[in-house]
Design a protein around this ligand. Sequence first.
Ligand SMILES: C[S@@+](CC[C@H](N)C(=O)[O-])C[C@H]1O[C@@H](n2cnc3c(N)ncnc32)[C@H](O)[C@@H]1O
Length: 186
Amino acid sequence: MRLRTISSMAVLLCLLAVACGAQQPKALRPPDVIFVPTPQEVVQGMLKLADVQKGDVVYDLGCGDGRIVVAAAKDFGARGVGIDINPERIAESVANAKAAGVTGAVTFRNEDLFEADIKEASVVTLYLLPSLNLKLRPKLWSELKPGTRVVSQSFDMGDWQPEKEVEIGGHTVYLWKVPARADAKK
Ligand SMILES: C[S@@+](CC[C@H](N)C(=O)[O-])C[C@H]1O[C@@H](n2cnc3c(N)ncnc32)[C@H](O)[C@@H]1O
């Protein structure tokens, strides 16, 4: 009898362990680029260049500690979504959103930005690498609504000419608008 109780408890504990394991963040592949935060002055400049307004949905692809998404919500009244492949960055982003009092306006997702669903964005912010911008370009053109603003810190998009290019605190920031499907280059 006692043996049966012990085995039932063991089974229960195993089930519990499996259930808890399912709650752990997924082991994603290593980041394509390390975390280097955008200076706050440049964050503000990027969001101004994109003319972020209340009603916008700002996606930061590779959000780091969430600073761009938090600023979009706190200083511009927008809704924000941050995506990062590194679960530590997501935990920092959530903590920063809490500290800034904007948890209701932001979401952070531990995902690979190349696999993420980004179609609801009206503004996309990037601070990646030139090669990653180029790899991402077809996804931006095919999944985002025409007219969606894309802002990149430091890195351009090859032969996709920006609408604007400004210098902020020694950093170049680029702005594009996603073209209508028929106009999109391959
Ligand atoms: C240069 S940091 C930029 C952080 C933030 N956007 C900023 O401007 O302060 C790049 C971030 O992209 C993340 N990252 C790299 N590869 C990624 C991928 N494939 N999917 C999602 N995030 C990625 C890194 O973990 C890092 O936090």
